[in-house]
Design a protein around this ligand. Structure first.
Ligand code: CA
Length: 220
């Protein structure tokens, strides 16, 4: 999952960035509204935007309005101060999908991100099941026939991207985007390596290769 963090406060930004990366999200961080516009328009395929509303150069509400005006439907979680009810209302009315209060409760922030990613994928159930495979995105627990399976962080990132859109074919490039943020190097066969690892652990049925196009997990 690839997230855009828009936060001008360096201390808060660093805490949130560390938190999200520890959860194995690929995160890009920008510190003002104009940079947020640029990042969003550079064809980065974000799964979610965590948007602070008080930003230099261009206000968060304006960033959000611009996104929705150009039909960018990326889920947006706005961050507002606890006492700023009018800001929360303005954010929701401008097209935010949910809001979270600052100062953050970090566990709540992660739970809201997971819930929003789940809703945007059209899944109400928190746990994904396929045949005898069970995958819980909240805890990152994976089991085959009840036996726990350990995945590497990047195997998890690939698997999470695929199960978030069952039935959709994701190209190698789309999967690479979920794996890396700007600071990371991309090796050319990385996605194949992780898919191979996942198939060894989960069996060959869950992740299907659509020749010449990409990979998918079947819709149930
Ligand atoms: Ca701010």
């Amino acid at each position: 999952m690839r997230l855009l963090l828009v936060e001008d406060d360096t201390m808060i930004g660093e805490v949130v960035l560390d938190l999200l990366r520890a959860e194995h999200y690929a995160v890009d961080w920008v510190k003002d509204g104009e940079m947020a516009d640029t990042a969003l328009m550079q064809a980065q395929n974000y799964d979610l935007v965590l948007l602070d509303l008080g930003l230099p150069r261009k206000d968060g509400i304006e960033v959000l309005r611009s996104m929705r005006a150009r039909k960018d439907r990326t889920p947006v979680l706005v961050a507002t101060a606890r006492d700023a009810v009018s800001q929360r209302i303005a954010g929701l009315d401008a097209g935010a999908d949910d809001y979270v209060l600052k100062p953050y409760d970090l566990d709540e922030l992660l739970a809201r991100i997971r819930a929003l990613l789940r809703r945007s994928a059209g899944r109400a159930e928190p746990v994904f099941e396929y045949n005898n495979i069970t995958i819980n995105p909240a805890t990152r627990e994976v089991a085959v026939a009840g036996a726990p399976v350990t995945l590497s962080a990047r195997e998890w990132a690939v698997l999470e991207a695929l199960i978030s859109r069952p039935g959709a074919v994701l190209s190698r490039a789309q999967l690479e985007e979920k794996l890396y943020s700007w600071r990371d190097e991309v090796s050319s066969n990385a996605v194949e390596v992780y898919i191979h690892g996942l198939r060894k652990k989960l069996g060959s049925e869950l992740i299907q290769n659509v020749r010449g196009v990409g990979y998918m997990v079947p819709k149930l």
